[in-house]
Design a protein around this ligand. Structure first.
Ligand SMILES: [Zn+2]
Length: 564
């Protein structure tokens, strides 16, 4: 899955150093290879005497002597006093302004050990149509490398990554430019060129003041707003009288106070749409606040902000499946385009790392949020063909309300067991927790469907509410997670299942039979999972093979001459 796109290779440039003969190059290459080989080998640790813990909580064994010789940062870190020798460096402590992961750290360490740069495992996004020049996973990796180089004070690498970023700036989405700007700002003078260029782009962009203030440190956002004022670029928003009222709504959302939002709206100075309140909540508030705001039903879910983003476009970058699914159920259109022609699905794909998308946990059945968001958006675009089948399955349960209720209860229970992540997304949206579970023990009817049919059973209000919530859950599940629904269909259509799920006063023989049937079902499930996994692996391979030929830099930069 991880592909190696060597964006550059620092070698002795033969043309620049024509005096260097093969006789010197070969031993130098050998030295470099040997030193590179002592980093991160599993079977022998080559007398490593310190560890570095990465942002993603992995550790790398290192050699203080080599790192101290190569970087003044490490010399200071490891130098210490006789009494206290540092043997463990946590990147969360020494490099806390930007998460540096295992892969990025390894690239930088490898350079320190061997003088060579290899970008193995550069992650790309999951959009097949992307050239992976400026999508978020690539930019993020570059930023990790730049920030790590800055932290370890390796000036030649800072220069290298600054140049790379400058080259791809015109391919990076403006929201991601803000991230580049933040990191360049942290690196300060050493990244002056990048800092100036990103500032310029941001000044001339259509990024609104709220986004600037939320994503950049205050001095930086002030500076940009000031520059816009000088150039007469500021859209009237800051001068606008409305701004004050809009701000109050945003502050209310910051403190998760939807009731206050409602009161502010009553004053009549502005509306949710005018305040772009949904955009704001979706970008910055927690799921609960966002759903509450959505439930007020006072905002247009397809409203676009000044930048031409719909609420769903903003949600696509957030990687929160519940928000995306809630918006879709409220009628958000997945086909809406941004001003530059992007759909929510594309936005979501381009900010998702392929490794996160294709990663399956050990159990093989827990999906990641990244994956769920894309699955939901894809499904919404496809306008689920399974929806018809859903009602069909339900019809098989008959007209009897008791049977329907039992069917739905079993189905949802099973979904919770088999697809916990997917089920949670759906059940949270349908707020099923507010209803009371229907147990077949009600009214003395237990064990079998036959008993249920015969026993007197009165449908009460609470049953109807529960059934409505359950039906909606099943419907949403079918709409957004057809893969899981297909598995559930298979099991639910097995006619003996309702008995299987029904806990009653079984005889030992009954129990044994159930256990056997349960084992059979597990086998079916394992098989389905296995097939699913194979399919994902296949698509993962085809996706990564389509991207192996793609580097991050242009070919003419594939070699960078280094002075010795
Ligand atoms: Zn990409």
């Amino acid at each position: 899955m991880s592909n190696s796109s060597g964006i550059c290779c620092i070698t002795n440039n033969a043309e620049a150093n024509s005096s260097i003969t093969d006789n010197t190059i070969t031993p130098l290459n050998l030295l470099s290879d040997n030193l590179a080989s002592i980093l991160n080998v599993a079977d022998f640790d080559f007398f490593s005497d310190a560890k570095i813990i990465t942002g993603d909580r992995k550790q790398v064994s290192v050699h203080r002597c080599i790192l101290s010789a190569r970087s003044s940062f490490f010399k200071n870190m490891f130098g210490g006093t006789k009494e206290k020798v540092t043997k463990r460096i946590d990147l969360k402590e020494v490099a806390k302004d930007y998460d540096v992961g295992f892969d990025a750290l390894n690239v930088v360490l490898r350079y320190l050990y061997s003088g060579k740069i290899e970008h193995k495992g550069v992650c790309v996004c999951v959009d097949d149509d992307c050239s992976h020049f400026g999508c978020w996973p690539v930019v993020d990796f570059m930023l990790q490398l730049l920030y790590a180089s800055f932290t370890f004070q390796i000036s030649e690498l800072i220069a290298l990554y600054q140049d790379h970023l400058l080259e791809i700036l015109d391919k990076i989405a403006i929201d991601d430019i803000l991230e580049v700007l933040s990191v360049a700002n942290i690196c300060g003078k050493t990244c002056d060129k990048l800092l100036r260029r990103c500032t310029e782009i941001t000044v001339n962009s259509n990024v609104d003041i709220t986004t600037l203030e939320k994503s950049l440190p205050q001095p930086l956002s002030k500076q940009i707003i000031h520059k816009r004022n000088e150039l007469g670029l500021n859209i009237s928003e800051s001068l606008n009288l409305l701004h004050k009222h809009v701000n109050r709504i945003h502050r209310a959302l910051d403190s998760d106070d939807v009731e206050l939002v409602r009161l502010l709206l009553k004053e009549g100075h502005t509306t949710l749409d005018e305040a772009h309140a949904l955009h704001y909540a979706v970008a910055y508030c927690d799921v609960k606040t966002t759903t509450e705001l959505l439930d007020l039903g006072l905002a247009d879910v397809n409203h676009k902000n000044n930048r031409g983003y719909s609420v769903l476009h903003v949600a696509a970058t957030r990687k929160e499946p519940k928000i995306i699914a809630s918006l879709l159920t409220k009628g958000a259109q997945p086909s809406e385009l941004t001003l530059d022609g992007r759909k929510a699905l594309q936005i979501s794909k381009r900010c998702t790392k392929a490794v996160n998308y294709y990663k399956f946990t050990e159990e093989g059945n827990i999906s990641s949020n990244d994956r769920l968001c894309i699955e939901i958006l894809e499904q919404a675009e496809r306008r689920d063909p399974l929806l018809g089948e859903a009602s069909l399955s339900l019809a098989m349960a008959g007209d009897d309300l008791r049977m329907k209720l039992l069917y739905l209860e079993n189905r949802v229970g099973l979904a919770k067991l088999l697809f916990p992540m997917e089920a949670k997304v759906v059940l949270d949206i349908t707020q099923i927790d507010g209803t009371s579970e229907f147990t077949p023990n009600l009214g003395g009817c237990q064990r079998t469907t036959m008993d249920l049919n015969e026993a007197p059973f009165k449908i009460k209000e609470e049953h109807l509410i529960r059934m409505k919530a359950l039906s909606r859950s099943v419907e949403l599940g079918k709409r957004f997670f057809p893969r899981c629904s297909a598995v559930l269909n298979k099991i639910m259509d097995a006619d003996d299942l309702s008995q299987l799920a029904c806990m009653g006063n079984d005889s030992p023989e009954d129990r044994q039979a159930k256990r056997r049937r349960y084992g059979e079902l597990q086998e079916v499930l394992n098989k389905v999972f296995h097939e699913d996994k194979e399919e994902y692996d296949r698509s993962a391979i085809s996706s990564s093979s389509s991207s192996t030929s793609i580097g991050i830099a242009r070919p003419n930069n594939s070699k960078i001459a280094m002075k010795n």
